[in-house]
Design a protein around this ligand. Structure first.
Ligand code: C2E
Ligand code: MG
Ligand code: MG
Ligand code: MG
Length: 284
């Protein structure tokens, strides 16, 4: 009996594994058509300057609206896009769409702001990246300094020499380079000195605790100080409350991003927000 139970559990486990694999495969198959069927779109989340309270940038965040599945979050399909290589054409689309959108804001007479684009690991190592960035800049017409590319710590840990070379090529185009989710990887601090980066994005897992947790507060405050000593700009991610914003302002973080200011918005809502021209008031 016991043996049979074990076998059943095993069978059940096997079935579940098959089901999950099946889900991934069918998601991959659907993702293959997402681009041509126009199912991908970008949302934009404001990045706010802590001194002026003005919106100075927007992070482009991809969304997939599938007719049957509904809205699929990037955490579910970006890993599949990475595994299948679909991230290359998808990433190119994101770069192009974000730059064109940013140029359209300026063309509407709105103040020019930066647009930030996430680059995935495989896309970063892909030979065509430089060319597709150049093309996005050229076709959209945005000044290169207004494009910020976000890479993560884990991407630079692997092959630092090659990474430096790749980053130099990007810098030569005149872009800004941000290190996303900073603090969650295990990169050496010496990388901050050697790598041509401009911005540290302090991960939301630290920002979340700064009001209640002394360690998180100490880490965030110290990272801001470190960044400034190295002449890097800081963006604190995942700011959800006025208290958090106040502390970050006191510690002189340059910028903030998070639900307290705004959730990521669709293109029209973001334009509406820019048109308001509102400045956020941050006490602290
Ligand atoms: P990320 O680049 O670190 O983006 C920040 C994520 O935090 C976004 O999730 C954003 O919606 C969310 N967020 C912003 N403010 C808050 C807040 O106050 N509280 C909380 N709890 N969350 C907040 P999203 O849009 O689901 O994206 C998740 C991840 O997917 C991104 O993390 C990024 O790694 C990846 N991703 C998104 N768009 C792209 C893309 O176009 N290309 C690539 N390669 N990856 C992308
Ligand atoms: Mg990001
Ligand atoms: Mg992040
Ligand atoms: Mg994050």
């Amino acid at each position: 009996r016991a043996k049979e139970g074990g076998r059943n559990r095993c069978k059940f486990y096997q079935e579940e594994m098959n089901a999950r694999l099946g889900q991934r495969l069918s998601l991959a198959a659907k993702l293959r058509h997402a681009l041509e069927r126009d199912e991908l779109l970008l949302h934009y989340q404001p990045q706010v300057d802590l001194r002026s309270g003005a919106i100075v940038g927007a992070e482009a965040l991809i969304r997939w609206r599938h007719p049957e599945l509904g809205l699929v979050p990037p955490s579910q399909f970006i890993p599949i896009a990475e595994e299948t290589g679909l991230i290359v054409p998808i990433g190119e689309w994101v770069l192009h769409a974000a730059c064109v959108q940013a140029q359209s804001w300026a063309a509407m007479g709105l103040p020019r702001i930066r647009v930030a684009v996430n680059i995935s690991a495989r896309q970063f190592r892909h030979k065509g990246l430089l060319e597709s960035i150049q093309q996005a800049l050229r076709l959209s017409g945005i000044p290169p300094g207004y494009l910020e590319v976000e890479i993560t710590e884990s991407m630079i840990m692997y092959g630092p020499e090659e990474t430096i070379r790749l980053l130099r090529n990007l810098k030569d185009l005149g872009l800004q380079i941000a290190l996303d989710d900073f603090g969650t990887g295990f990169s050496s601090l010496s990388y901050l000195k050697r790598f041509p980066i401009d911005v540290l994005k302090i991960d939301q897992s630290f920002v979340r605790g700064i009001v209640s947790d002394r360690e998180d507060a100490a880490i965030v405050k110290t990272v801001i100080g470190l960044a400034h000593s190295l002449e890097l700009r800081t963006i604190a991610e995942g700011v959800e409350t006025a208290e958090q914003a106040g502390l970050l302002r006191g510690w002189a973080s340059d910028e903030v991003q998070g639900y307290h200011f705004s959730r990521p918005l669709d293109a029209d809502a973001f334009i509406g927000r820019l048109r308001e021209g509102r400045r956020f008031v941050i006490d602290g």
